[in-house]
Ligand binder design. Structure first.
Ligand SMILES: Cc1cc2nc3c(=O)[nH]c(=O)nc-3n(C[C@H](O)[C@H](O)[C@H](O)COP(=O)(O)O)c2cc1C
Length: 366
């Protein structure tokens, strides 16, 4: 067995650290402030509820996606294999982790292609990062990512917070929007711009829509914090100033529920809600707020490490909750769920009102 390369070591460390250390943001997603209105007379049968939805030309049995996590090492391949088997079995979408490592070393492509092998009919999303675009990668590399796994869409991650806290991180972000425009113009495959735990604002969403992207994955604050992950790495490395920076920015960003309202209210893009989504109740709230689907990363990673059975059980619990909430608000299908009234309270409402959103109409629609 050959020794791990630097990038493989980093990938392995991200996995181990996010499994072993506290990397949870300690401010909420905002979904605690979001309430759906209970219907004592749903006037539908639980059995008739249909959770199917279409995304990027693929049918999802439920609007749930395994968000981008990993690839590139033996451990990552095992995880990807388990995630993909469950995605295929339950009709979920699935994203792979950053494919940069496989573009640089085609010898590790098999750690990504296992996803398509195990999930032949699923919606599969590729992944590349904005930092690679700013160092000169473009349409050609994007196409290689898509071809590698037969991707139905390409995720491009935005992670300025992580790169800023990371030791030797790549913080060149100027000119990235132009690069994205060039890629969407030539690619012919939908591009999903995704954050990685700090959320997307209305202003950025509008500029990305103008740049021709198809969808946004908000990945807001409330779940896995990449400032926290890089804080732990800096600590191990004895780099005091980066360690402190990670701590200072642990909770930086836009809470997920707020980000969903901001981006869905200002664009016609498809929206994936992610960042701290943990339950089927929150999943229903996210869709009622304007998301088309929901993405979950860290809890699925943890269960995949336990094994396929544990992951299946966990996802099934989430889906049972989701379906039950649909019943309790009288939504027969996902389209009806998108139209139910939503009451937004507390700090989340304060933010949204200051940003000009009409929460009164949202609470009284339908
Ligand atoms: C170990 C780990 C690795 C990740 N790697 C990537 C990645 O390569 N590309 C990416 O776009 N997002 C990556 N993410 C971010 C997730 O897709 C997601 O946006 C974020 O973790 C928030 O979701 P969560 O709170 O459900 O974990 C990673 C997350 C974890 C936990």
């Amino acid at each position: 067995v050959r020794p791990l390369t630097e990038i493989e070591k980093r990938k392995e460390r991200h996995l181990r650290l996010s499994l072993d250390e506290n990397v949870q943001s300690d401010i909420g997603t905002g979904f605690g402030d979001v309430r759906l209105i209970h219907r004592a007379l749903p006037e539908i049968d639980l059995d008739e509820i249909d959770t199917e939805t279409d995304l990027f030309g693929k049918r999802l049995a439920s609007p749930l996606i395994v968000s981008a996590i990993t690839g590139g090492t033996g451990f990552a391949k095992e995880i990807n294999s388990t995630l993909a088997e469950v995605a295929e079995e339950l009709g979920l979408g699935i994203g792979v982790g950053s494919q940069r490592i496989a573009l640089e070393d085609p010898g590790v492509e098999h750690t990504f292609t296992v996803v398509r092998e195990k999930a032949p009919s699923s919606l599969v999303m590729g992944n590349i990062g904005c930092p690679q675009l700013s160092i000169g990668w473009g349409v050609e590399e994007a196409k290689r990512c898509i071809d590698m796994i037969g991707a139905d869409a390409l995720g491009i991650h935005m992670n300025p917070l992580q790169e800023a806290v990371q030791l030797g991180g790549d913080t060149r972000y100027s000119g990235v929007l132009e690069k994205i425009k060039a890629i969407t113009g030539e690619l012919g495959t939908p591009v999903v711009m995704k954050e990685t735990g700090a959320g997307i604002s209305r202003e950025v969403a509008v500029s990305l829509e103008a740049a021709g992207v198809s969808a946004l994955e908000v990945s807001g604050v409330g779940g896995t914090s990449w400032a926290a992950v890089e804080h732990h790495i800096a600590k191990v490395e004895g780099k005091k100033s980066q360690e402190a920076l990670g701590e200072a920015l642990w909770n930086w960003g836009i809470p997920t529920a707020i980000s969903v309202v901001e981006v869905s209210g200002s664009t016609d893009l498809k929206i994936i809600a992610s960042g701290g989504l943990r339950t089927g109740v929150e999943m229903a709230k996210a869709i009622a707020l304007g998301a088309d689907a929901v993405g979950i990363a860290k809890p699925f990673l943890e269960k995949a490490v336990e094994g396929k059975g544990a992951l299946l059980e966990h996802v099934n619990d989430i889906l049972r909750e989701f379906r039950t909430v649909m019943f309790l608000v009288g939504a027969r299908n996902v389209e009806e769920l998108k139209k139910v009234p939503v009451v937004v309270l507390g700090r989340t409402s304060e933010w949204l009102r200051l940003r000009g959103y009409d929460l009164q109409s949202l609470a009284n629609r339908g």
